[in-house]
Design a protein around this ligand. Structure first.
Ligand code: NAD
Length: 279
């Protein structure tokens, strides 16, 4: 049984990025925008900034208060779209309710959309012609690759169909040759569907939701979930302690998909820098 070490793989990826950056004439630049003071968002934004420092990027963190209007935010994005020193623009989600998230994402120049959420980048992924790909699903694909797991010809079940994880994850697996079933809150007989899968990706947001006896013996389990229990403990969407005795490979939480998401954001920012400078 293999525990897929996302921390280690992400460190390797960051080292490779840092090495490439050290040979560039100009440094990639990432702008991260945080509106309001959501505690979890603050942690994510700080980690992204830390990641930029580790690989030698220029990063700017832009904090706007909760009452920022949609118009002001759209103007800020426009300014960053026109800023030659900025390669990547990331708006930390969720945004306050009075701001239309879709409008904000669509305002980002697709070539600077390092989260990969713009309809142009999502559309390209859907057509199997991707450029900037959503970070978490792309990070999962890197983990599989680095663990010598080829999804081609395998049956995959993705639990969760959100725009940021489940949907693009399913398309990534399809593009890699897997036969994919997408499950969600209205899916009937979820355990039966999971039982048929060689690869299971859980992106639900319910602590220890996926039970060991749902899993096929020898399957590969990728746990995207990050759930904080009342005790303060961080757990995934899979019952890791039981599942590890059934599977061939599994990602832990923490130390699995989480670090890969940030490393992939850095990878996307470097890619955007190269696209923009025609390198
Ligand atoms: P979301 O709430 O937007 O989507 C959850 C999905 O799960 C929905 O499609 C919903 O239909 C499905 N679902 C809910 N209850 C279900 C049930 N009983 N049976 C089957 N499906 C069910 O969440 P999200 O943004 O996709 O995030 C999912 C999880 O992944 C969360 O724990 C989040 O914190 C985590 N996450 C982790 C990373 C990372 O870097 N590791 C990145 C993004 C999100």
């Amino acid at each position: 049984m293999q525990i897929i070490d996302g921390k280690k793989i992400s460190e390797e990826l960051k080292s490779a990025i840092a090495l490439e950056v050290s040979g560039l004439n100009s440094k990639p630049g990432l702008a991260v925008i945080l509106v309001g003071d959501n505690a979890a968002s603050k942690v994510y934004v700080n980690n992204k900034e830390k990641g930029c420092q580790e690989v030698g990027f220029n990063s700017i963190k832009i904090n706007r208060d909760e009452n920022t209007t949609e118009k002001e935010l759209l103007q800020l994005i426009q300014d960053l779209n026109n800023d030659e020193t900025i390669d990547g623009i990331l708006v930390q989600l969720p945004l306050p309710n009075h701001i239309d998230t879709k409008k904000v994402i669509e305002a980002i120049d697709p070539i600077k959309d390092v989260d990969g959420f713009h309809k142009e980048n999502m559309g390209r992924l859907l057509q199997n012609n991707p450029t900037l790909r959503p970070c978490t699903p792309r990070g999962v694909m890197t983990m599989l690759e680095k663990s010598n797991i080829n999804p081609s010809g395998l049956d995959a079940v993705v639990i969760g169909a959100s725009n940021i994880v489940g949907r693009p994850m399913a398309i990534e697996l399809l593009n890699a040759g897997a036969t994919v079933t997408i499950c969600h809150s209205k899916t009937q007989d979820l355990p039966g569907k999971v039982k048929s899968a060689d690869i299971v990706v859980a992106a639900v947001g319910i602590p220890r939701f996926v039970q060991a006896d749902w899993l096929k013996k020898g399957s590969i389990v990728i746990d995207v979930g990050i759930n904080r229990l009342e005790t303060g403990e961080l757990v995934g969407d899979v019952d890791f302690d039981q599942a590890k005795d059934v599977v061939n490979a599994i990602t832990p939480v923490p130390g699995g998909v989480g670090p890969m998401t940030i490393a992939t954001l850095l990878e996307n920012t470097l890619l955007a820098h190269k696209y923009r400078n025609k390198l």
